[in-house]
Design a protein around this ligand. Structure first.
Ligand code: ZN
Length: 195
């Protein structure tokens, strides 16, 4: 996938997307109903660190992975499903296992940055350019509580940064240039009104 077609992260949004199989489209519609949409105050709330690694947490991670899969996303933060836990899931390769990061901390970001277009499952019809560091090192835990250290670049680095932003109540609208934000807000209001 070309980097300039990155979206939250929906992978099928290209200039002329092929029509989705009706069953896939229906599953996506149902999944998106469970993803909080712009205007919901939870999206502006900072999530709290996870302290207990129990079956409930693992069920939450599994549910998020399922929703991400069904909504054709490549990343999802817990805040987007109304859970104020510092948990995110992502998968940049379609058939790879879902990665779950609990309590992620970006401990290094490269000075080298690049622009790419992003979308967001919580912001229908929004596609804006965001400049982000190209490389990050992230310390986190998995859903069992084991320490994980991830060195990510390119799309993986971008997805992680987008989802960590969600955990801090930050949206791509906050990170894009003003002219793009204005246009995106218009598209967003139209999409939300039509929903
Ligand atoms: Zn998003």
């Amino acid at each position: 996938m070309a980097e300039d077609q990155v979206t939250d992260f929906e992978v099928e949004e290209v200039d002329s997307p092929p029509p989705l199989d009706p069953e896939v489209a229906e599953r996506r519609r149902v999944a998106l109903q469970q993803v909080r949409q712009y205007g919901d105050p939870v999206l502006r709330t900072k999530a709290r660190p996870v302290e207990v690694f129990d079956d409930e947490l693992r069920a939450e991670v599994a549910r998020m992975g399922g929703l991400m899969h069904d909504s054709l996303g490549i990343g999802l933060a817990a805040t987007q499903v109304g859970v104020l836990h510092r948990v995110l899931v992502y998968r940049v390769e379609p058939d790879a296992p879902v990665n779950a990061l609990v309590n992620p901390v970006i401990e290094f970001s490269s000075d080298d940055e690049e622009w790419a277009e992003e979308g967001c499952l919580s912001l229908p019809s929004v596609h804006v350019e965001v400049e982000r560091p190209m490389f990050v090192r992230v310390r986190a835990q998995d859903e069992q509580g084991n320490e994980v250290l991830i060195e990510a670049s390119g799309l993986e680095a971008r997805v992680i940064q987008h989802e960590v932003d969600h955990l801090d109540g930050v949206l791509i609208l906050d990170r894009t240039p003003k002219d793009q934000r204005k246009e995106a807000m218009r598209a967003l209001r139209e999409a939300l009104d039509a929903a």
